[in-house]
Design a protein around this ligand. Sequence first.
Ligand code: GLC
Length: 600
Amino acid sequence: MHWTKHIATCAAALLIGVAPFAVGGQTTPTTHMSKMKAASANGKDWWQNAVIYEIYPRSFQDSNGDGIGDLNGITKRLDYLRDLGVDAVWLSPIYPSPQVDFGYDISDYQNIDPQYGTLADFDKLVSEAKKRHIRVVMDMVMNHSSDKHKWFLESRSSRTNPYRDWYVWQDGKGQTETSKGEVPNNWQSDFGHSAWEWDEKTRQYYYHKFYIQQPDFNWDNPKVHDAFKDIIKFWLNRGVGGFRFDAITTLYEDPNLIDDDVMKDKDGKSFTNAYGDIALNDTRTNNLPGVHPVMQEVRATMDTFGANGFPGTRVLIGETYLPNVAELAKQYGTSDKPEFQLPMDTQVGFINKLDVAAFRAKLTDAETQLGSNTPLFVFDNHDNARLDARYGDGTHDTDIQRVIATMLFASRGTSLFYYGDEIGMKTTPPTRKEDVKDPVGLTGWPKDKGRDGERTPMQWEATANAGFTTDTAKPWLPVPPSASTINVQAEKADPNSLLAWYRSLTKLKKSNADLARGDEKMLDTDNSKVLSWERHTSGTSRVVVAVNFTAEAQTVNLAGGAKMPAVHLQTLLKTPGAADPASLGAIRLGPYGVYIGEAK
Ligand code: GLC
């Protein structure tokens, strides 16, 4: 869980032609895919009730046997994604890059890294995805480029170069003609140590919020704005469904270069983080207000484009780790000046503990504090240990993952999940420092082993390399031993598998009107063991959801706070092996059991 730990430390921020599909003896309604997609776009835009899937392209599917995933590999797996109910895939960066941060260090924003394919492969992926009603969302990194980008090479070539002002340059403290002085202030890189790097040739420091090889852009320079508008248009013209904006809250820094404050523990003492640095609150380099006009500009640019033949609009998704829901609400902008349609709600998904009261409070915030905006729920990504490590107990991990998936898909809003979550892939960090690929794992070893553990190859089948690459190739990260039992092929054949649960949930999310569009209200709100809520549109039906957060069986009575008395209760989905309850008054749940029913 190092990334969330890290965010908390630095920011102090986180104090369908588908056949009927049977799960647990229950059958969810049959709906034709294209009709379903049209219905969800009717009156509401697609992204307001969408299923979005994050692909880490390096690790998803290799098509040419070099052990690194690629675009043609993703194209091969589109039918799988369609059957999973996916509306859009977000690809982490596939642009040319020295790969110091595995693509988040971009050296050319308008091309594809040869490791992943060509622009022609990209166009093919977009058009094949479109045939399956799937949009392709690009990752857009505007905070920094690679130090090998031509703009930075120019910038660092001389103090008078026209690109000098595209990045953040600063004299040292007490710098003289012969000495570089000290770093300009105490600001730290999110990846450890000072955020300032001395450049001997031009004798100034440059600022990098992330790796030394990722210099930050100077967003006070209008030319940087223009350059990114052009980049965004380039990809919109190629038919992308939108963008996920990387590290977007870190675009601006305090112009007065004031030091960040030292964090204090409960005894009022400072402490060190995994990198051995004094932990700081990064309030002077994160979530500064300048980002709002930038996103208004980006949104205005995007909104001049149609949706490339899809119904509805394209979408802006934000990587928005923020301290509270009020800050999250600001990321949507206003109706006059809209910003993101879908800033990630990291309040809910990164609680990292199965705590009923905490989830009830955060889900209620998402329902009541974001105005008429749509929450984007997300529990996992390529920067955090996977769900097993953050929520599992080692014994009931699959059941716990059903619990998480239920909150993800049965809450009002859009659901984003990470490749492999649907089969329950396990976090598998390197065991030896010499095997670490992610540089933060080297800086933080052994306290922080980096992010390799959540980036291992997708587990498609029980063969030598799990179907990710050829049996004889060497995958860029090793295939975890758990692939022999946790894989798509095995789970497709098992109606009680986690994959089956995901498929049932995505289908219900689209086909059941209350789950698709209904308001959300928490039920049985004093219960500390079971989280229950209802979803209701305007009709006479409503959907009730009950989720047991404990390893003991629980019985809940949901008849009390309900808006309407239920005459009839029909099971929509329930944990394998559970019985149908006779009434709302006594819903019995097994350990980590889940019940979803329609009450009329
Ligand atoms: C974001 C990405 C992460 C990357 C960082 C720097 O947090 O998700 O993977 O390392 O930005 O670009």
